[in-house]
Ligand binder design. Structure first.
Ligand SMILES: [Cu+2]
Length: 687
C-alpha cells in the first residue's frame, strides 16, 4: 500500500515535470543501421530550443538499433557543471560555506547524459545585455560495430529581459531540488530559507536574523554575477513597488501596495525623530546591540512590509499550494521584491553596525562622499570645501506646488532634464524648477544628491533631513530650526560613483512663516560612509565647511511686478553685537527698479543706539530708506544676544517686465558672516 503510494507520487511528479520540461530532440541521423539523436530538457519551464542563462539543461543521447561504445559531446560555452548555493544552514556549520562553481569535465562530456547551467557570453552579460545567441551542440558516438556518427542541433541561449517568469529569481530558487519534491519551484534556496525560519530562528552566530539574511543576499548576488546579471539594488518601501519583468510576480501573490503606509519608522533612521520604540529609542544609534535592533525590527517593520506586499495565503512553511511564493510566507524568496526589501534591511544593518562600531557580517562600506551644491560656483567646483559665498542659494533643494505624477525627474537624466507630465514642465534639479512654498497648502520638496567627487565609491544609503526656519539673515543652528517630520523619508540607495540623483517628493504643509514672509530651508545629508557632521551655531560656517549641508533662503518674485520680501534680522551670537547689513543689487535691476528697505521699530532702535553708519541708503521716512547705490550698507545695528527685528525689502519692477536679477542681503557680526537672504526677480512666471 505504502509502496504503491510512493510510486504513484513519483509517477505524478514525473508527469508534472514532463509537462513543464518539454524535451527537444535533435534531428535523428542514421547510424550503424539504426539512428542517433539526443534530447534536451530542463527542470524549469523552457521553450526549446531556447534556454536561459542559469537554467539547468540536460542532454541525453537517444540511440536506436545499435549500441554506442563511447560518447563525445561538443557543447559551446560558457557554461558550468554546477555551483554551490548552499550556505550550510542545515548543516549547522561554523561559518557560511563559500560560493563555488565547477566546470564540466572531460568525463562529463563522455557520458551518455550531461547536465549543465548556461552562462552568458560577455556580450550578453550586464551591462552589455545582448540578445539570444545560437550555440550548436553536437553528439558524436562510436558504435560498437565501428565508425562514428554525429548529431547536431542549434540552441538559443538568452538572458531573458521581457518574461517575468524567466528572471534570475525564477531559476535561482528552483534549482537543486530535493528528491521526491513535486513542486518544481521548490528548490534548495527556498528550502534553506524555510529551514532558517522553522528551525534556526534568531540564532546567535552568523545565523542570526540580520547576519544570515545578509549572507543569503550575497549568495544570490554571487549567482547573479556568475550568470551575467547585475547585483540586486535595494528598495525602500516608502517608494512605490517597482514594476517590470525584473520585479513583477503573479497577481495572486501580490496585494495593492501603499508606500505611505510602509515608510520607515523614524527610530530606524540615522537622523531619528520624535516617535519612540518600545525601549525608548528615537534613532538607530539608540539600539545598544545588533540583537536589540534585530529584535525590534524583525517581527515589526520587517514582517509588516513582507505581508503588505504578499497575501497570507496557505501555511507559513508550505512548500507548494496557492500561497507558495508569497512575500508573507517562508517561501518569499520566490518574489523578486524579497531580495530588494532585504537589500534595504541589510543597508540598515550596516548603518547600525557603523553607528555602534560593531563587528558585523555586512559592511563596513568604504568612505564615500555624497554631497549637495551650495550655489552654482560650488557645483562647478565639485563641492570642494569651503564653498564660495553666498551659501544660501543652493539649487539642490527646491519646492514645487504640485507633485508631478510618477516623479518625472527620478531617475534623473543628464541636464537639461526637462520633463512635462500632466502639463507641468520641470527642469529637473535646477533652480528654475523651484516655486515659493504656499502657506497652508500641500507643497512638495525635492533634493538633488551628487556622488560625483573623486572617490569612486558607491553610497549605499543616504538619508536627508530637511529643517525650516522663518527667513532670516541671522539663524542659529539648531535653535531657530524645526525638522520637517517626514523628511528623513527622502532616502537614496546605491548612489553610484559619478551619479547625480533627484529624490523626493516630500509632501509638506508650510505653516505661516510670520514674522518673515517665506521659509529658509536647511538640509543635511547623512550617510555612515561619511564622518558625522560637525555643526556649530553658525549655519554659514556649517554650510561652508561641509558639502553634506545645503541651505536655501530665496524668495522668488515675478518680473514686471511690485513685490517685497520680509525677513528677520537677529543677533545669533552670545554677546551684544553691532551687525552689518550689506545689500547687493544686480546692476540691470538697480537701474530699472526702485528699491526700498523698511526697518521695524526694534531695528530702528538698534540703528539709533548703535550709532549706525549708512552707505548708499537715503532715509525717506521713519525707518524707510531708498537704496540709492547697487552696493548699500548699514553698519552698526546694535542688538543684544538673540534680539531680533524685521526688515522688508520692497522692489518695484513694474517699469520693465524684462528686468531680472537678484537683491541679496548679507548679515555680518563681529565674528563672521551670519547669513543672508536673496530676493530674486525672475523672468519666469510664478517663480
Ligand atoms: Cu524577510
Amino acid at each position: 500500500m505504502i509502496l504503491r503510494r510512493i510510486s504513484l507520487g513519483i509517477a505524478i511528479a514525473l508527469a508534472f515535470a514532463y509537462l513543464l520540461m518539454t524535451p527537444i530532440a535533435a534531428a535523428p541521423v542514421s547510424c550503424a543501421g539504426g539512428t542517433l539523436d539526443f534530447t534536451a530538457i530542463s527542470d524549469t519551464p523552457a521553450t526549446p530550443p531556447t534556454f536561459n542563462v542559469g537554467q539547468k539543461t540536460t542532454f541525453a543521447a537517444v540511440t536506436t538499433g545499435f549500441v554506442a561504445a563511447s560518447h563525445s559531446w561538443a557543447i559551446p560555452g560558457p557554461h558550468l557543471r554546477d555551483y554551490n548555493d548552499d550556505l550550510g544552514t542545515q548543516a549547522g556549520v561554523a561559518t557560511p560555506q563559500p560560493w563555488s562553481a565547477t566546470p564540466l569535465t572531460v568525463s562529463d562530456l563522455a557520458a551518455n547524459t550531461v547536465s549543465l547551467y548556461w552562462k552568458p557570453s560577455p556580450a550578453q552579460s550586464h551591462p552589455a545585455n545582448g540578445g539570444p545567441e545560437p550555440r550548436v551542440v553536437s553528439l558524436t558516438v562510436t558504435p560498437t560495430a565501428g565508425g562514428s556518427c554525429t548529431s547536431s542541433a542549434t540552441f538559443m541561449i538568452e538572458r531573458n529581459a521581457t518574461n517575468p517568469d524567466k528572471q534570475p529569481e525564477d531559476f535561482y530558487t528552483s534549482t537543486h531540488r530535493a528528491v521526491g519534491t513535486t513542486n518544481p519551484g521548490f528548490g534548495h534556496v527556498i528550502d534553506e530559507h524555510i529551514y532558517w525560519h522553522q528551525v534556526v530562528g534568531g540564532g546567535t552566530d552568523w545565523r542570526q536574523f540580520l547576519a544570515w539574511h545578509g549572507h543569503f543576499l550575497r549568495r544570490f548576488d554571487e549567482w547573479r554575477t556568475e550568470f551575467g546579471y547585475p547585483r540586486v539594488a535595494p528598495w525602500y518601501p516608502g517608494r512605490p513597488l517597482p514594476t517590470g519583468p525584473d520585479f513583477d510576480h503573479p497577481a495572486s501573490l501580490r496585494l495593492a501596495f501603499n508606500p505611505d503606509a510602509n515608510r520607515i519608522p523614524s527610530y530606524y533612521t540615522i537622523t531619528g525623530g520624535t516617535a519612540t520604540d518600545f525601549g525608548g529609542q528615537t534613532k538607530l544609534a539608540d539600539y545598544p546591540t545588533v540583537a536589540a535592533f534585530s529584535d525590534s525590527f524583525e517581527g515589526g517593520y520587517h514582517g509588516t512590509v513582507h505581508c503588505n506586499i504578499g497575501p497570507a495565503t496557505g501555511g507559513f512553511f508550505a512548500t507548494s499550494g496557492p500561497g507558495f511564493g508569497s512575500m508573507c510566507r517562508a517561501s518569499s524568496p520566490k518574489d523578486p521584491m524579497f531580495w530588494r526589501w532585504h537589500g534595504f534591511i541589510d543597508a540598515l544593518y550596516r548603518n547600525h553596525c557603523k553607528l555602534r562600531s560593531a563587528a558585523c557580517a555586512s559592511g563596513p562600506d568604504p568612505a564615500a562622499d555624497p554631497w549637495m551644491g551650495d550655489n552654482d560656483a560650488d557645483i562647478a567646483a565639485v563641492g570642494n570645501v569651503p564653498s564660495p559665498a553666498p551659501r544660501w542659494l543652493s539649487p539642490d533643494i527646491w519646492n514645487r506646488r504640485t507633485q508631478v505624477a510618477t516623479d518625472a525627474c527620478i531617475p534623473r537624466a543628464p541636464p537639461p532634464d526637462v520633463n512635462t507630465v500632466g502639463g507641468v514642465a520641470r527642469d529637473c534639479g535646477s533652480s528654475a524648477d523651484h516655486e515659493n512654498p504656499v502657506t497652508g497648502a500641500t507643497n512638495y520638496l525635492y533634493a538633488t544628491l551628487r556622488n560625483s567627487r573623486a572617490k569612486p565609491v558607491r553610497t549605499v544609503y543616504a538619508e536627508v533631513a530637511v529643517y525650516i526656519a522663518n527667513a532670516s539673515t541671522g539663524l542659529a543652528w539648531p535653535t531657530d530650526f524645526q525638522m520637517l517630520p517626514e523628511s528623513r523619508q527622502m532616502i537614496t540607495l546605491h548612489l553610484e560613483p559619478g551619479q547625480v540623483t533627484d529624490i523626493g517628493p516630500l509632501p509638506w504643509t508650510p505653516p505661516s512663516p510670520a514674522p518673515s514672509d517665506h521659509w529658509c530651508l536647511y538640509i543635511r545629508v547623512l550617510s555612515v560612509q561619511e564622518a558625522p557632521l560637525v555643526e556649530g551655531a553658525s549655519i554659514d560656517t556649517n554650510v561652508a565647511n561641509s558639502n553634506s549641508i545645503a541651505w536655501r533662503n530665496l524668495n522668488i518674485v515675478a518680473a514686471g511686478a511690485a513685490s517685497q520680501s520680509q525677513f528677520i534680522v537677529r543677533n545669533i551670537r552670545r554677546a551684544e553685537d553691532r551687525l552689518t547689513l550689506q545689500i547687493d543689487v544686480d546692476e540691470p535691476l538697480f537701474k530699472k527698479a526702485p528699491l526700498i528697505l523698511r526697518l521695524d521699530e526694534s531695528l530702528q532702535r538698534a540703528l539709533t543706539e548703535g550709532g549706525a553708519r549708512l552707505d548708499g541708503l537715503k532715509a525717506t521716512g521713519p525707518g524707510t530708506f531708498a537704496v540709492v547705490a547697487p552696493k548699500a550698507r548699514i553698519e552698526g545695528l546694535r542688538l543684544a544676544p538673540r534680539q531680533q527685528g524685521t526688515a522688508t525689502l520692497h522692489v518695484d519692477a513694474r517699469a520693465d517686465a524684462e528686468t531680472v536679477g537678484d537683491i541679496s542681503v548679507t548679515q555680518s557680526s563681529r565674528e563672521a558672516v551670519d547669513g543672508g537672504v536673496t530676493l530674486r526677480v525672475s523672468g519666469k512666471k510664478r517663480r
